[in-house]
Ligand binder design. Structure first.
Ligand code: 5GP
Ligand code: MN
Length: 347
């Protein structure tokens, strides 16, 4: 089986990316806000790769993204920095798993001479000076894994474990449609390289904080279904979070329960955001159950983005307005093939 390759002409080739990595000696790595398993796994994997090549590498995570959620606190963040290095302009800045730079809390890094954008979101805005976007990759960690082969680096157990976290979180533990044969080949190779599989799963999915269960219970109480259940939606207010004594990240995974309900085409979880600069803002997570609805298109219409079956956006719309918006967007897409007029209004 051939390795994944970028397909679009406007994108950088793997050779160009490899050349940049070989040529430069100093790097700084960044990812999107609220970094998830793939974001962190890719950061740690890339840092390990560069370090193995004898390069100087720093991992930038913005102070507002720290501390990391509990389940990610085992990540070995050697070389972590929380402000840009003084010589940032002379370094190659590598953005990992970032669909667009606005979603990046590392915007302070955007002025670098060389911005290497490595990602697997099909709607990546190509904000880098070198854009290596591989939508066929199930996770950004898979792209790092490929680069590692090309550069002749064998993953240490630490790198293997980091990449494995990216792999299992972005494929939903080998459940989503992006679970390719390569995803399993990658898993096999990483396990051979030293991943402690049960320890990783336990860390990520067990040892659940009781407050997380309370938050889930609240979200399940707030479920609403529309249009024969085509849209299954729930919402959590800031009071729900404080009553449950839950942190923001505890809502991770709730949406999987909504998507699993029979008849659902789109699942949505709406979270009210807290903090002075985010008051009145809501974060919307979207999931599609099949390819009939592209939720990334719905998210883009509100300034967000993501994958066809998993996307999100932040909005000032009230819950009621959001429901109206989502129902109409879903209707347009589901009935677009039989209604040309509706298709034309799809953003
Ligand atoms: P989640 O719902 O788990 O937060 O995000 C699911 C997917 O949607 C992520 O992989 C991410 O790519 C995308 N996503 C979520 N929120 C946003 C957003 O505000 N902007 C963009 N561009 N993508 C988002
Ligand atoms: Mn990803």
């Amino acid at each position: 089986m051939s390795d994944v390759e970028s397909t679009e002409a406007s994108l950088a080739t793997r050779e160009q990316v490899l050349a940049r990595i070989r040529e430069d000696s100093r790097f700084v790595l960044a990812t999107h806000e609220n970094p998830d398993g793939d974001a962190l796994g890719s950061l740690v994997g890339m840092h390990g790769l560069l370090t193995a090549l004898g390069k100087e590498s720093a991992i930038f995570i913005a102070p507002e993204d720290m501390p990391l959620p509990d389940e990610y606190q085992d990540f070995p963040l050697d070389g972590l920095i929380s402000s840009p290095p003084a010589d940032v302009a002379e370094r190659t800045v590598v953005f990992l798993d970032c669909g667009n730079i606005d979603r990046n809390s590392a915007s302070v890094l955007r002025d670098g001479m060389h911005l290497l954008n490595i990602d697997h979101h099909h709607d990546n805005t190509n904000f880098g000076t070198l854009n290596y976007v591989v939508p066929e990759a199930c996770c950004t960690a898979e792209i790092i894994w490929d680069l590692m082969h090309d550069l002749g680096v064998r993953p240490s157990p630490t790198i293997a474990q980091a990449l494995y976290v990216g792999l299992i979180t972005d494929t939903g533990r080998f459940m989503y449609e992006n679970t390719t044969p390569r995803a399993h080949l990658m898993a096999a190779e990483l396990i051979e390289a030293g991943v402690d599989v049960p320890a990783v799963y336990e860390r990520l999915y067990e040892n659940v904080q009781p407050a997380k269960l309370t938050l889930l219970a609240t979200a399940l109480q707030h479920v609403q279904r529309f249009d024969s259940g085509e849209l299954t939606i729930s919402s959590l207010s800031t009071e729900d979070f404080s009553r449950a004594e839950a942190e923001e990240s505890y809502s991770e995974g709730i949406i999987d329960h909504l998507r699993a309900v029979r008849g659902t085409r789109v699942a949505a979880l709406v979270r009210e955001l807290s903090g002075p600069d985010r008051k009145g803002q809501r974060k919307v997570s979207l999931r599609a159950t099949d390819d009939a609805v592209d939720v990334s298109a719905i998210a883009r219409a509100q300034g967000g983005g993501g994958h066809r079956r998993a996307a999100g956006f932040t909005t000032a719309l009230e819950l009621g307005e959001l429901i109206v918006f989502l129902r109409s967007q879903i209707a347009v897409q589901l009935h677009a093939s039989s209604d040309g007029r509706a298709a034309a209004t799809l953003v």
